[in-house]
Design a binder for this molecule. Structure first.
Ligand SMILES: [Zn+2]
Length: 437
């Protein structure tokens, strides 16, 4: 190979300079590129308890990433290495979880426990036990466990260490990429954007394995802050959402226009344009159906602006934080498919509104639950009908059947369900969920 002088090695790679904060296009100065690229992953720090081996590998990855400015190939190597650390993190976490003992359930005989001191031991045991059709005992479950990435992923989900329905689909994709990296069959090149994204996903996964969700995360987001907001609408289909402060903090004299508006007070994710947490469906709010993407709680209304202000000043409701992933929805199919409903609202329905076939589905968003149920009507679409993870989408089937059966399936997942009966209030104009009774 050609021997390059040190000066040459220290020179920025033209390919790396082509990526700037606005994507491909204008070329960055080397010093700006060095700072910009490091900033892309600067804030993904690992949680305090993460195992030393995983932590060392991850920190090495972050160190090497900075050199991508000098050598563009490093971005491809960083992304590949990140996928291998994905498996290392699962192994390290497994060893902490098992605390030196793994237990297998063997058909027609008592459970068998083995002492293990390394992951190599775990793999040997898993191999030996598979011949006896044994399953690994994980809390109240017994799972297939081959000691490979597939088994580790089943274990992490069964042990409740990884959560979220959409993140499960991304874990699938990461596992496929990891297998590709371990057994490459072609040439691929990652850009700094892709490499930084993979490193960030890896940081989220490691932190979640060690019990820490990521604030603002893409895969395992921490609970979101909700504030008190006021929704209002008028007869000509105009709708507004404003923070409760807008009513109470100012000495505002309402114009005539406001007289024709109806108001409801809700607890909702604050509307920040362009944020990942923007609820594009906020104006679909309905007390009976989950027609907003993020959970929005009804507090008061409808009434005039003045009445809303009086209620807010007297009650002074406060914000909270809400975990929106892994929610349970009930979908009623009665001649037509109705929007997803919260189990508590379904439990409070009068007898004459319980007809038809019901589906209990776990999903991160109501649209995911609805799309699954609609898709499962078509057998060729590949959606799972029996309880378990859907093979075709990011929903989990909990059960389906009569109203009572389905509510029982939801209660089995959630614990006892407290029925609620909110007054029926909804905004009049709907783009995304027009088909409601
Ligand atoms: Zn599905």
């Amino acid at each position: 190979m050609e021997i390059r002088p040190l000066e040459d090695l220290r020179t920025a790679d033209n390919l790396s300079l082509a990526f700037n904060p606005y994507g491909l296009g204008g070329r960055m100065k080397p010093e700006d590129a060095a700072e910009f690229q490091q900033r892309q992953i600067a804030d993904c720090d690992l949680a305090a308890g993460v195992a030393t081996g995983t932590r060392d590998s991850f920190e090495r990855l972050r160190t090497v990433f900075a050199y991508g400015v000098l050598c563009h190939d490093i971005y491809t190597m960083v992304a590949d290495q990140a996928l291998l650390i994905y498996e290392q993190a699962l192994r390290d976490r497994f060893m902490e979880w098992c605390a030196g003992t793994i237990t297998f359930r063997v058909p027609n005989s008592p459970d068998v426990s083995h002492t293990v001191s390394s992951y190599e031991d775990v793999k040997k045991r898993a191999d030996a036990m598979r011949g006896r059709r044994a399953k690994l005992v994980v809390a109240t479950h017994a799972i297939e466990f081959n000691g490979m990435l597939y088994g580790l992923r089943l274990w992490a989900r069964a042990a409740g260490l990884l959560r979220g329905r959409r993140s499960r689909a991304i874990e699938d994709a990461l596992a496929k990429l990891r297998n590709y990296v371990a057994h490459p069959s072609g040439h691929h090149v990652d850009t700094p954007v892709e490499a930084a994204g993979t490193v960030r996903d890896l940081a989220e996964l490691i932190n979640q394995l060690w019990g820490q969700a990521t604030p603002g995360g893409r895969l395992y987001p921490a609970p979101l802050r909700r504030e008190i907001a006021v929704l209002s609408w008028n007869g000509s289909g105009r709708a507004r959402m404003e923070p409760a402060d807008a009513l109470t903090a100012t000495d505002h004299v309402d114009g005539h226009e406001d007289d024709e508006y109806q108001h409801v007070v809700v607890r909702a994710i604050p509307f920040v344009p362009g944020s990942r947490w923007d609820d594009a469906h906020w104006a679909e709010f309905d007390t009976l159906y989950e027609t907003t993407r993020f959970p929005m709680d009804y507090l008061w209304g409808p009434g005039t602006r003045e009445q809303a202000r009086t209620w807010l000043e007297k009650e002074r409701p406060e914000g909270d934080s809400v975990d929106f992933i892994d929610r349970v929805f009930l979908v009623q199919d009665h001649g037509r498919l109705l929007p997803p409903m919260r189990p508590a609202v379904a439990a409070g329905l009068p007898d004459n509104e319980r007809a038809g076939v019901w589906h209990a589905v776990r999903a991160d968003f109501p649209d995911d639950a609805f799309a699954h149920v609609r898709g499962s009507g078509d057998r060729s679409a590949g959606h799972t009908r029996r309880p378990g993870d859907c093979a075709a989408c990011s929903a989990e089937v909990l059960g389906c059947g009569s109203y009572d059966e389905t509510l029982r399936a939801a209660a089995a997942a959630l614990g006892p369900i407290q029925a609620v009966r909110p007054p029926s209030v909804r905004l009049p104009v709907s783009v995304f969920w027009p088909d409601r009774p």
